[in-house]
Design a protein around this ligand. Structure first.
Ligand SMILES: O=C(O)CCC(=O)C(=O)O
Length: 274
């Protein structure tokens, strides 16, 4: 396994422009296993509504039925760069999988300057400028919060008209970007497979804490409600029980409990009815 801590120059580039691309982070054997877990989990989560290319499918990949995916948030290849970028107390939030349909319009992944972090994304097919690669507007994470005028200008300019950097990638590569960075994709296939590992900044001020508290319920809406997989919770009771006593996971769970991130309904799996 290859370790991928960032150099000082790469950390500085990320903070200045908002992204970094890791090449060949996964071995061919890992990729084969990732594809197997992806297929099995998606088939299971959408057995009631198999993918037909008309709408995006999404699910969480943090449980014992997908052990490789479930290990990624604690894997130093992700956790170490996340810590270099947002400090040693950065919070592991989610590992997910997506089957995208069509283009993705320009947007950042957060609506508040009080809520930020890093997303690591990897595609299971080769993706280029007009075949669904992530495209980013470098430096826009530093403009946050955006004026309505800027947001409207970007959204109305047309997907391919906005000046940007295209982050082409091959299976095995991983694209990391700041959640505040404006990004989009153009021309992807009807079944573009993309997975992510997300970390949030550990909030410091009462306002940041309050925003993260509300984000738990918001993540239920933008994930479970929007895509309707079979699971009806983000975090399984088993994940929360941290059966392998992983100290990093325990630190995240304790802090997220303290903040109240888990309090909204369906953030954590409900206990079985008595
Ligand atoms: O790959 C895409 O089409 C967009 C990905 C994206 O918007 C995201 O992961 O936030």
């Amino acid at each position: 396994m290859q370790e991928q801590a960032l150099t000082e120059g790469q950390v500085s580039f990320f903070h200045t422009f908002g992204y970094h691309v890791f090449r060949n982070l996964f071995s061919p054997d890992e990729l084969a296993e990732i594809r197997r877990e992806f297929d099995e989990s998606m088939a299971d989560q959408y057995s009631h509504r198999p993918y037909d290319g008309s709408e995006r499918h999404w699910t969480v990949m943090m449980d014992e039925d997908t052990p490789l995916f479930a290990s990624l948030m604690e894997d130093p290849r992700f956790l170490e760069p996340a810590r270099q970028l947002f400090g040693p107390e950065v919070l592991g939030i989610i590992v997910d999988a997506n089957r995208y349909t069509g283009n993705t319009g320009w947007h950042p992944d957060t609506v508040s300057p009080l809520q930020y972090g890093v997303k690591f994304a990897f595609y299971l097919q080769p993706v280029g400028a007009d075949t669904g690669a992530l495209r980013v507007i470098p430096g826009t994470h530093r403009l946050f919060p955006f004026t309505e005028e800027f947001s409207e200008g970007v959204r109305s300019a047309g997907l391919r008209e906005v000046p940007c950097q295209v982050l082409e990638s091959q299976p095995g590569d991983v694209v990391a970007f700041d959640l505040r960075l404006w990004h989009a994709s153009h021309g992807g296939s009807a079944d573009r497979r993309m997975c992510t590992v997300v970390y949030y900044n550990n909030p410091k001020t009462p306002e940041e804490v309050e925003f993260l508290r509300r984000q738990g319920g918001d993540n239920v809406k933008i994930g479970l409600d929007a895509f309707r997989p079979r699971r009806d919770y983000l975090y399984s009771a088993r994940w929360i029980s941290n059966p392998n006593r992983n100290p990093d996971r325990q630190q995240w769970i304790d802090r997220l409990h303290e903040i109240g991130y888990f309090d909204a309904q369906r953030v954590i799996e409900a206990p079985p009815a008595a």
